[in-house]
Design a protein around this ligand. Sequence first.
Ligand SMILES: Nc1ncnc2c1ncn2[C@@H]1O[C@H](COP(=O)(O)OP(=O)(O)OP(=O)(O)O)[C@@H](O)[C@H]1O
Ligand SMILES: [Mg+2]
Length: 224
Amino acid sequence: MSEPVLSVAGLTRAFSQGGETIEVLRGVDLHVGAGEIVALLGPSGSGKSTLLQAVGLLEGGFGGSIRIAGEQVAKLDSDGRTRVRRDSLGFVYQFHHLLPDFNATENVVLPQLIRDRTHAEANARATALLSALGLGHRLTHRPSQLSGGEQQRVAVARALANQPALVLADEPTGNLDEATADVVLAEFLRLVRGEGSAALVATHNERMALKMDRVVRLHEGRLA
Ligand SMILES: Nc1ncnc2c1ncn2[C@@H]1O[C@H](COP(=O)(O)OP(=O)(O)OP(=O)(O)O)[C@@H](O)[C@H]1O
Ligand SMILES: [Mg+2]
């Protein structure tokens, strides 16, 4: 078997708050294979976002081992973390975090320019991704001129722009009404599968989780 895209072992994270220590992650072990889409379920406050932030190298302060695409990343310095995020990871959040002054295409082009693509290549890929998500007629709209579902589709295209080995998604449709969420999730899964990326997707929603390849549950700081 090829090496997992993500291997987490013994991951711990505690927060001190007013003299009290809250152990949120108490030894999480998780493997995600190449191209595998894993749903991360757990009630509010169980640590889903904390886990995604650790794996996304967005926050320090955790213990344990994290391997991404074969590289031990838990102890990297800031430059190393930036490199891994840029080269191997894509992110989708509950709120899209698009750049408000740039249109849909530009929001998907920008992360590619950091990867030394030419503007023409980046533009062609942005157009292809947005068209695959049904936004071919909204390419030059700014985020404020798009519906919530359309904004979230742009965020999906941006996350996949650089063909990441692993997409980390934190309630990617949590801000949408149920019908729109179902459509956007289906498109997200289809595109991730088509691109061959793996994904770790935090959600509260059991029904959505069942559309993914595998479900893991956070319970009392560990994965069951
Ligand atoms: N910076 C922080 N300082 C103190 N406690 C924190 C901090 N960040 C998170 N926590 C605590 O860690 C726990 C897990 O939070 P987290 O956001 O990971 O949960 P979650 O599973 O993503 O929940 P939700 O489904 O509501 O998004 C919560 O009890 C929260 O209060
Ligand atoms: Mg959360």
